[in-house]
Design a protein around this ligand. Structure first.
Ligand SMILES: Cc1ncc(COP(=O)(O)O)c(C=O)c1O
Length: 299
């Protein structure tokens, strides 16, 4: 059996059995944290979300995450019946209720709410949005660099389902991940509509070639906050960085490859489609960027 790992692998923590969860203004036990089977998120994947991490008492880049949540809500006409400040307060209240001080991960979700009938039309969601914050103790723990496989599922054009939307409906990414697992890899590397390397099913993707850091143009991927931080860190630290089109040809022969995302920060990639990338271990540029990112989060 293949030993699959995931970019969201973390240490087992039994405290997560007793966490408290925010559901529509109430902070309740995990057992009591339920939403209706008529909820638009459950029924249709009609919702948007953010993942945010707690490091040493502070939620990293929290305002940027809340801005992105509101941008996605506006784009999808999902009415968040709270101010940004109130959303942030809900996050802090949930943190306080859980007594969490560091190494926690929050998934903040807003759906179009409970529907009056089990059909697609958004007008059937009449009672206002559903908002949930799940907050878990979470220390990323990756036993080895991630193995990727390219898959037939692509990152599409913005007029289909804009890849910038952190939508509840992740079926395209889930199918991509399943295809990668069936190919013996951990997760999927997805191409864009032109065949250029774009992103993985859950993270942004970077390669390192001769000391240069390359990532996609950003046209077909999530506007990742960690992605942008890495680009900014390269610029301020004299590391050449390019947002550009590149193909699998450039990727197989890269010196290093890594993923970025709020959960795992920078995750090394060891293999792609059975080809070892670089040494197969975390490379020096990835390691340097991880250190710089850690310092940025602590600043
Ligand atoms: C498809 C996809 N790409 C990239 C990311 C990483 O984004 P961020 O760095 O803002 O966590 C996410 C996280 O939500 C994602 O779902």
């Amino acid at each position: 059996m293949t030993d699959h790992v995931s970019t969201h692998a973390s240490e087992e923590d039994i405290r997560n059995e007793a966490i408290l969860i925010y559901v529509d203004g109430r902070i309740v036990s995990k057992r009591d944290a339920v939403v209706s089977v008529y909820d638009s998120g459950f029924m249709l994947g009609d919702g948007v979300w953010e993942g945010i991490r707690l490091y040493d008492g502070r939620w990293a880049f929290v305002d940027e995450h809340i801005d992105r949540l509101f941008d996605a809500a506006k784009c999808t006409s999902t009415y968040i019946a709270m101010t940004k400040a109130a959303v942030k307060q809900a996050l802090l209240d949930t943190q306080a209720a859980n007594g969490m001080t560091t190494d926690a991960h929050a998934r903040m979700m807003v759906t179009r709410g409970v529907k009056v009938r089990p059909f697609q039309h958004p007008k059937l969601s009449q009672s206002g949005p559903t908002m949930v914050i799940i907050m878990e103790h979470s220390k990323p723990k990756l036993p080895r660099p991630i193995r990727l496989a390219t898959v037939p599922h692509i990152r599409g054009l913005p007029m289909t389902q804009d890849p910038k939307l952190n939508s509840h409906s992740k079926l395209n990414c889930i199918l991509a991940c399943i295809a990668a697992q069936k190919a013996g890899a951990d997760e999927a590397l997805m191409l864009d509509v032109h065949g250029f390397v774009n992103t993985t099913n859950a993270c942004n993707f970077f390669i390192v070639r001769k000391g240069e850091v390359w990532t996609s143009t950003g046209d077909y991927c999530m506007n990742g906050i960690t992605r942008q931080k890495v680009i900014d860190l390269c610029r301020t630290n004299g590391i050449p960085v390019f947002e550009r089109n590149f193909s699998l040809y450039d990727t197989f022969s890269a010196d290093e490859a890594f993923l970025t995302g709020t959960f795992g920060a920078q995750t090394p990639v060891g293999e792609l489609d059975g080809r070892v990338i670089g040494t197969g271990q975390m490379g020096p540029v990835t390691e340097r960027l991880r250190k710089l990112y850690k310092e940025l989060v602590a600043a």
